[in-house]
Design a binder for this molecule. Structure first.
Ligand code: SF4
Length: 151
């Protein structure tokens, strides 16, 4: 049984909005040894790759889950529903695998566990989680920011 689910971009899959990855060798090793299974909530939510960059506006991941904030692309499209679907699909995968822990890419509007961008597309970070990170944590999955492990 796999112990972890992990953001797909961290293991070298080109899942990022710009069609690239954030490969970190220690994480791809976890796939090779069967310790982790990759996922990308934005792809699972029906968004294409590459896609427009998105940020949470009006709050953080929890606020999106509570209907108080939205996820908007840099060209003004509302992709909140895609992010919500992606979060639910990710939890489904964790449950199927019996995974209790998730290693998540830092700063992402989906996967960020500690900080996310503030919704202005200016590179400014605020404290808070992305939509999938918040949803997983709410459902008992231990979420781990990728930057914490890389240190
Ligand atoms: S949604 Fe998560 S897994 Fe997908 S590209 Fe962004 S950070 Fe990586």
């Amino acid at each position: 049984m796999s112990k972890y689910i992990i953001s797909a971009c961290l293991v070298g899959l080109n899942a990022r909005y710009d069609g690239n990855s954030n490969l970190v060798e220690v994480f791809s090793e976890m796939i090779k040894t069967g310790k982790a299974v990759p996922f990308c909530p934005e792809q699972a939510g029906g968004l294409s790759t590459p896609r427009q960059a998105s940020e949470i506006t009006g709050g953080v991941g929890d606020d999106v889950l509570n209907g108080k904030a939205k996820v908007i692309t840099d060209n003004g499209q509302d992709v909140t529903q895609n992010f919500l679907v992606g979060a639910k699909e990710t939890l489904k995968l964790a449950k199927l695998l019996g995974a209790k822990k998730a290693i998540l890419k830092s700063k992402s509007p989906s996967c960020g566990c500690k900080n996310i961008y503030d919704g202005t597309f200016s590179g400014k970070l605020i404290e808070g989680m992305g939509v999938t990170a918040a949803y997983l944590q709410k459902h008992g999955i231990d979420v781990i920011d990728s930057d914490e492990i890389k240190k």
